[in-house]
Structure formats: C-alpha cells, structure tokens
Design a protein around this ligand. Sequence first.
Ligand SMILES: NC(=O)c1ccc[n+]([C@@H]2O[C@H](COP(=O)([O-])OP(=O)(O)OC[C@H]3O[C@@H](n4cnc5c(N)ncnc54)[C@H](OP(=O)(O)O)[C@@H]3O)[C@@H](O)[C@H]2O)c1
Length: 263
Amino acid sequence: MAIFAYDALQKEHVLITGATGGIGSETAKVLAGMGASITLTGRRTNRLEQLAAEIHEVTPDPQVFTYKADLGNETERNELVTSAEKECGPISLLVNNAGISGGGPVEQLEQEDMERVMHLNYTATVLLTQLVYQSMKQRKKGAIVNVTSLSGLRGTYGGTAYAGSKFAMTGFTHSLALEAIEHGVRVNAVSPGFVDTEMGRASAQKKADRQGRSHSEVVKESIPSGRMTKPREVANTIAFLLTDAAENIIGESVKISGGSVLR
Ligand SMILES: NC(=O)c1ccc[n+]([C@@H]2O[C@H](COP(=O)([O-])OP(=O)(O)OC[C@H]3O[C@@H](n4cnc5c(N)ncnc54)[C@H](OP(=O)(O)O)[C@@H]3O)[C@@H](O)[C@H]2O)c1
C-alpha cells in the first residue's frame, strides 16, 4: 500500500544508489510513486532496465533515468552525476544505499576484504555525496538519506569490516548533518536490522550456521516481532525522511529492527 501522496516529491530529482538491489529497488518504486524524477544506478544493466520497466507499469508518466556505474570508480561517479543532472536537472535528494557485506572474525580478516568493504560502503559513498552536496548547498535545498545498519550502531560477531564501515557512515551522517544545516540540506540515516533481501537472508544464514541453528530459529530468536523487515518498510522510512514532513529530523539514525534493539 502506498502511504504517501502521488505529488509529495514532485519537482524533486532523486539519485538512488544500489537501485538494482532489494532495498534500492523498493525505494525507487516508492519515490517514483511520490512524483520524483528518479535516477537509478547500479552495475547490473539488465536489472536497471527491468526496474525502470516495472516503474513505468505502475506509475503514471514517471521520469526515470538509468545509469550503469561502479561507484568505487572516480570517473564513473563523476559521469553518473553529470549525466543524471543533464537528463533530469539538479539532484535535490540523494539515497546512499549501495553497500556490500564482507569480512569475518578479526583473525580471519584479510586487508583486501577490509579495504573493499570500507572503500564502497564509506569512501566511495562520501565522495559521491561530495559531488552532489556541492550543488545542493548552492541551491540551499536538499535531503540525503544514508542506508547504514544496526551494525553501524552496535558491533556484531564477525563485523569488523562491515560494522566498521557502517559506524563510519554513522559518523559521516552526524558530521555532515551539522555542516549542512545552515545550507538548508538535511542529512539522516536509516539503520535496519535483518532485511528480507539477498544480503539480509545470507547474513541471517551465516549466523544460523555459526550457531548450528536454522534460519527461522535465528530470526524468531533475535527479532521480537518474529520476522525480518520487508524492503518496502525501509523504503517507506527513507521516503518519509526525504519529505518536508521530516523537516526538523536531522542527523538521526532511524532504527528499523522489529524490536531487536530492545534485547
Ligand atoms: N539486507 C539487510 O539485512 C541490510 C541490513 C542493514 C543494512 N543494509 C544495507 O542496505 C543497503 C542495501 O542492501 P540490500 O539488502 O538491498 O543489498 P543488495 O540487494 O545486495 O543490494 C546491494 C546494492 O549495492 C550495489 N552495489 C554493490 N557494489 C557496488 C559497486 N561497486 N558500485 C555500484 N553499486 C554497487 C548493488 O548493485 P550491482 O550489483 O548492480 O552493482 C546492489 O544494487 C546496503 O548498504 C546494506 O549494507 C542491509
């Protein structure tokens, strides 16, 4: 069920990274349904095209632009922003959602894995934000939502690399939020626990394997609501934070945990 008005984000142009993934694709559908022009990016061209077609099926007259880019690559980041702004005008909303998991317990951690995770989840995300933030600042208007994680607020077993990168994003969210206030730009984060996507199912399974239990036992025991968060629930929270309804919500990490933070 769509919970927001079809014109709530009219005249806005939103860039969504990781749009080919579970959370990103739901976010794209919700924001397109609120009237925003959408730039979708990821590395899988076929998935980008498929998502654009799905949006066209359910949204009257959407403006959807797809651009394949590896965010770890400086040239591709620059070309992404230039092309998106040429096609749909200045980017007024940014959803930093692309991310990867990886690493393992500290004694098994390879430097290469750690750097790969940090590079995409933190460094490349900050550098992309820099590009977009400059023009938001000049126009004195914008909103940014970073998709961090509960792992950006508390440590997890085997999370040295992933949780480290998400803690870094929490620090970035707080710091940029403070810098951006005077320029009319709002910065927040959403911090989900297990979300029912490929990544979320794999990480719940990893925990289950380590504890010698089943996937469903792990979910029931670690989440009081008894289920994983649906990608649409994360998308709805992102959408809310991007609207003027959230005008005085600044520098928050909105937890979506089914109550697991209470345990
Ligand atoms: N699922 C969970 O339980 C959970 C919980 C908390 C936080 N999160 C966070 O939520 C975000 C989305 O996760 P998800 O569950 O939707 O995962 P997902 O389905 O695996 O999606 C990950 C996305 O990141 C993109 N990506 C990965 N490497 C990239 C690169 N080098 N350049 C550009 N794009 C890249 C992927 O696109 P391509 O493969 O097409 O490049 C894909 O669209 C991530 O930041 C994740 O850390 C997830």
